[in-house]
Design a protein around this ligand. Structure first.
Ligand code: 5RP
Length: 228
């Protein structure tokens, strides 16, 4: 699948996801290129159909995009409940074990996911896999002592690589933390791995999202498929 085809599937999933947003809802808006299509569609409905909802976002860049359309964005701590969160994912298996954080937003994404009554992921078909782990697993760590955390991850055989930007500088998250990607190839025991990682000093959060999603909308050449 080339990028144009993949983008068409992401867009179709984003437009399908946008249909779930109704007037008066508090909606969590995820991060990434698929979510950009979702926000474009929600922006169109806001402007052309007078859709009115409140958004909480999982990154500053999604907030900027949404506010550009006149969508009302508030802080996650300014709402008691989030009705629905729509986010992308890097991989998801049939048991709804997923990897997120390709866009370095995994910490805010997990916080908004946790606060949300319903979680929906929008993905193109290439993201649906038998076993997760081909996509490098992002782990968010605080900058202090990050080299020591990297070494411990190496010693455990998790194949860690500090994520760099295009200029070769360490990527910083919206919380000013660093991302270490684990190139594990496949993850057969995601629960055990999640527990091991989260118990390491210096690790803030992992991109393992296990059973945290209710519905996955898959952009497919034959039209969006809904997995529940
Ligand atoms: C950002 C994420 C994204 O949802 C994930 O990387 C998917 O991105 P895209 O829609 O661009 O493929 O987890 O941290």
């Amino acid at each position: 699948m080339d990028k144009a085809q993949q983008d068409a599937l992401k867009k179709a999933a984003g437009i399908e996801g946008a249909k779930l947003v109704k007037d008066g809802m508090v909606v969590g808006l995820g991060t990434g290129s698929t979510v950009r299509f979702l926000v474009d569609e929600l922006g169109r409905r806001t402007q052309e159909e007078a859709l009115r909802f409140t958004g909480v976002t999982t990154s500053r860049r999604t907030a900027e995009q949404a506010e550009g359309y006149g969508i009302r964005i508030v802080d996650i701590d300014d709402v008691n409940d989030v009705d629905l969160t729509i986010d992308g994912a890097d991989e998801v298996d049939k048991n709804f074990n997923g990897i997120k954080g390709g866009g370095a937003a995994l910490l805010w994404e997990k916080i908004v996911n946790e606060a949300s009554h319903r979680n929906v992921w929008i993905v193109d078909e290439s993201k649906v896999v038998d076993t997760i782990g081909a996509f490098p697993l992002p782990v968010e760590v605080i900058p202090f002592g990050a080299k020591h955390v990297l070494k411990r991850l190496e010693d455990k055989g998790y194949k860690p690589v500090l994520r760099l930007d295009a200029e070769g500088r360490p990527v910083r998250t919206d919380e000013n933390n660093l991302i270490i990607d684990l190139h594990m190839g496949r993850i057969d025991q995601p629960k055990d791995l999640a527990e091991d990682l989260i118990n390491m000093v210096g690790v803030v959060e992992t991109g393992l999202f296990l059973g945290r999603v209710n519905t996955v909308i898959v952009g497919d050449p034959n039209g969006p498929r809904i997995l529940t």
